[in-house]
Design a protein around this ligand. Structure first.
Ligand SMILES: [Zn+2]
Length: 377
């Protein structure tokens, strides 16, 4: 053991005590360097100077990477040739973020498609639920839940084109896949009353994809037509088929497209991934950012720690895990506790949703926490 390793090992112990962590680092293991992220939503009202100030503040507070939302399932906020362009927000902020020393990862919606022109030209690209209803015509829960089918070649190409466009932007560091999943077959607990629904089991109107292509593909594999299943929620192969449909799209179609241009590939993922058919642990991405939005699940910071740990354990590759934290409604103390919980769960860092939700006090709290952590090293 070198002196440095020895000191690091010692210090991991001290940090663990100071932050009330459970000891996880094994002796001799190098503590990993942390990386922190912030999602960003387009804002026309912010000037160049506003962004310069924000990026300087982020850098000062220990944020390393930003995730601007540059495609929202309909409009592009970059100079796109394939989607209607709302305004070239990326063109405005990319040089400023890079000048401030931040990585920039293009955040794109993946499966939902809310462009009426696409809906009209390609009604067959959309997922179909257990009642035979198309997500293009009758989306579940909210009017933007118009998910494309991951097994339709046209839909695959459509999503791949967005990845290609973003990966082609030379200063971009990575492509960030959001909504890379099925609609929630069961919503998070705290969201059900919001939509005035009770989901005590899987109901067919929220269960996808029973389109002709998926039915035939599954029938070829197993001899079973999924519409004939008595209880699809209990049929292991049918469940796995849906996981594999998204995994195939990510691993064989989207990630290679970004990697061709030497870009990182990351994804925003669910802790309760079964509910959205999103088996991200096998995707081998550069990083996953699980949305550990505890209040959606009526849970406290312990839950963030638990799911960070669970996620880290489930990853079969060198994929990094950054705990996604939902800042709206959090006090600076809540945020401090959430970050400590992510660290205690052995996260590689945290990701804030979203930069616009943080007040000065929140930034101060993050800076203080990072300084404390640095000192303890
Ligand atoms: Zn389908």
């Amino acid at each position: 053991m070198t002196r440095r390793e020895f000191i690091n090992t010692m210090n991991t112990g001290i940090t663990g005590l100071a932050l009330g962590m459970s000891g996880r680092s094994r002796a001799g293991e190098q503590p990993q360097s942390l990386k922190n992220w912030a999602w960003m939503i387009p804002n026309r009202r912010m000037s160049e100077d506003d962004y310069k100030a924000l990026f300087a503040l982020m850098n000062d507070c220990g944020i390393h990477a930003v995730l601007p939302e540059i495609y929202n399932g309909h409009h592009a906020f970059y100079n796109s040739a394939s989607h209607p362009v709302e305004f070239d927000w990326l063109g405005q902020i990319l040089p400023l973020a890079k000048a401030a020393g931040l990585e920039v990862h293009g955040w794109m919606w993946s499966m939902p498609c809310n462009d009426p022109a696409i809906r009209e030209q390609h009604p067959d690209w959309f997922m179909v639920n257990g009642l035979g209803e198309s997500a293009g015509e009758k989306p579940a829960y909210v009017n933007y839940y118009r998910f494309l089918c991951p097994n339709r070649t046209g839909a695959q190409n459509f999503i791949q084109t967005t990845v290609r466009e973003i990966a082609t932007i030379s200063e971009i560091d990575g492509v960030h896949l959001d909504y890379i999943r099925f609609p929630d077959v069961i919503l998070a607990e705290a969201l059900q009353p919001k939509y005035n629904i009770v989901q005590d089991r899987e109901y067919p109107q929220y269960d996808y994809c029973y389109c002709q292509v998926c039915r035939e593909k599954f029938k070829t594999q197993t001899g079973i037509d999924p519409v004939e299943l008595q209880d699809p929620s209990q049929h292991k192969e049918w469940i796995q088929f849906r996981y594999d449909s998204i995994s195939n799209l990510v691993k064989n179609i989207l990630a290679p497209e970004a990697r061709k241009m030497n870009k990182m590939v990351t994804a925003a993922v669910f802790p309760n991934w079964h509910m959205v058919r999103q088996q991200w642990s096998v995707w081998h991405l550069d990083a996953v950012l699980p949305m550990l939005y505890n209040t959606f699940y009526n849970a406290g910071p312990d839950w963030i720690q638990q799911h960070t740990q669970k996620g880290k354990t489930s990853l079969t590759s060198k994929t990094r895990l950054y705990s996604g934290l939902f800042v709206p409604g959090m006090s600076p103390d809540d945020l401090t506790n959430a970050i400590k919980a992510a660290w205690a769960g052995n996260a590689d860092g945290f990701a804030l949703f979203n930069a616009g939700s943080l007040k000065d006090e929140h930034w101060k709290a993050i800076k203080k926490l990072n300084i404390e952590r640095e000192r303890e090293k």
